[in-house]
Design a protein around this ligand. Structure first.
Ligand code: ARG
Length: 490
């Protein structure tokens, strides 16, 4: 057996079981690019500081490039007995270039090395995820663009609530994704500080220049406290939290689309390219990709929980437990990348069933709240001039409730009650609000006028929305325009 890089004080080699149990090379080899990048910066700094000759530095840099190429080409042999990516690369460098390689680990520990690698890796991973988030946003905005004017039922408690524009609904997901990207970018900014040079935990007495390595690796600055630098994985926690929130958003989108693809809803049809069949039921066409998006969100949350529990009992500074941070991190990133990609593909491959949606719209009294607003607004218009204009009516019903309401206004609670009773009348007559005659409505309250019919029915109802951010056509067109500009969609 080869003597370990740390073998000096040991008389016996580790048992096979311990070696197998402790290795991380099987997964941390994913960090090789970052590890080599860190070693390049470190060697360059050591030579600049007179801690290594320029010729040794050049030999090391050439050796590292050779190793990188051989890993790229899958020719490199990873050895479990060399434990992890750091020792595999350092030992291979010694195999290739001999003595000079032994200077590379000057003023460095695997403790600052691994966390430097990890921060560099997270930085790249975040950039990739952010671009996938944008890709999904583009897919959703494009889908919204294609479905101009389509009204769908809006739900609360999964019960019919109010009519909304489908575009408005789709753009709500785009907004959530924007915050998701923002969280990742915040996390990236916070993690972009350099631990290299913290060494094992205490720093070093050798004349290194931490600012130089930090700059060379594109970090904002070296981390201020060497103990903190090697101890914490809060940046991984933050990253996995941001991923978990994305996963939850996508899971909700998945749930909605799976529901909408059901026979019961029938609001959307995924194309064959994003559907799968059943091995027993020949008729089946299942929206599996979005079910799996929903399902895989569990893994992403699980990865976060693993890391939270991993960190909770650790005293400062580095503890070997921290080796367990990598698999959840890698899994979370791989899973979220897949979820984003497939959600975007699904968005590109669904059609909304206008006819089916149209048929569904009359049920559920979606216009009831608009009617309640009509009453409030009507009373609000009961200004002096309006009263004069309606002088005939006023004389006829001088002491009726109507005149009182006109003068004092209808409080929303009262209008809620009036509309509630109108809906009850609809239920007993088995009709929609639109189906009630003015006589029916006036039997509930005399305040109703002929103009009430401009507020009933989903089309009229949607037209009445005008508040900022609402489902009114102009508001939604403004939102859509904003996203088309922001995402550069043609
Ligand atoms: N493979 C280890 C990890 O991933 C590298 C650091 C090991 N340091 C140590 N002193 N054993 O955390």
């Amino acid at each position: 057996k080869e003597v370990k890089l740390w073998g000096g004080r040991f008389e016996e080699s580790v048992t096979d079981a311990v070696e197998k149990f402790s290795e991380s090379i099987s997964f941390d080899k994913a960090l090789y690019k970052q590890d080599i990048m860190g070693s390049r910066a470190h060697a360059t700094m050591l030579a600049h500081q007179g801690l290594m000759s320029n010729s040794d530095r050049d030999i090391i840099l050439q050796g590292l490039s050779k190793i990188e190429r051989s890993i790229d080409n899958k020719e490199f042999v990873w050895r479990t007995d060399r434990e992890d990516v750091h020792m595999n690369i350092e030992a291979a460098l010694t195999d290739i270039v001999g003595e000079p390689a032994k200077k590379l680990h000057t003023a460095r520990s695997r403790n600052d090395q691994v966390v430097t690698d990890l921060r560099l890796w997270c930085r790249d991973a975040i950039d990739k995820i952010v671009s996938r988030v944008k890709f999904l946003q583009v897919a959703l905005v494009t889908l919204a663009k294609k479905n101009d004017g389509l009204i769908v039922p809006g739900y609360t408690h999964l019960q019919r609530a109010q009519p909304i524009l489908l575009q408005h609904l789709l753009l709500s997901y785009v907004e959530q994704l924007e915050r998701d990207a923002g969280r990742l970018i915040d996390c990236r900014n916070r993690l972009n500080f350099c631990p290299l040079g913290a060494c094992a935990l205490a720093g070093t007495g050798l004349p290194i220049d931490r600012f130089m390595t930090s700059d060379a690796l594109g970090f904002t600055a070296p981390m201020r406290n060497s103990i903190d630098a090697v101890s914490d994985r809060d940046f991984v926690l933050e990253f996995l939290s941001a991923n978990s929130i994305i996963a939850i958003h996508l899971s909700r989108l998945g749930e909605e689309w799976v529901l909408w693809a059901s026979e019961e809803f029938g609001f959307l049809t995924p194309s064959d390219a994003v559907s799968t069949g059943s091995s027993i039921m020949p008729q089946k066409k299942n929206p599996d990709p979005m079910e799996l998006v929903r399902g895989k969100s569990a893994r992403v949350v699980g990865d976060l929980v693993t890391l939270l529990v991993l960190c909770k009992g650790l005293p400062q500074a580095y503890n070997r437990d921290l080796q367990e941070d990598k698999e959840p991190l890698f899994d979370s990133v791989k899973t979220i990348m897949g979820m984003l990609e497939v959600s975007a593909e699904f968005a590109q491959n669904i059609t909304f069933n206008g006819n089916r949606i149209q048929k569904a719209l009359p049920a559920g009294h979606l216009d009831a709240t608009t009617l309640a607003d009509y009453l409030v607004n009507k009373a609000r218009l009961g200004s002096f001039l309006v009263i004069i204009a309606r002088v005939v009516t006023i004389f006829r019903r001088l002491f009726s409730q109507k005149i009182v309401l006109f003068i004092w206004g209808i409080p929303f609670r009262t209008s809620h009650d009036i509309v509630g009773r109108s809906v009850a009348l609809c239920v007993s007559k088995n009709c929609q609000l639109l189906g009630l005659s003015l006589h029916d409505l006036r039997s509930i309250n005399p305040v109703f006028d002929e103009d009430v019919y401009e507020f009933l029915g989903v089309e009229n109802s949607v037209k009445k929305f005008s508040s900022y951010g609402s489902t009114g056509s102009q508001c939604v067109a403004d939102q859509l325009g904003f996203w088309i500009d922001k995402l550069n969609i043609s």
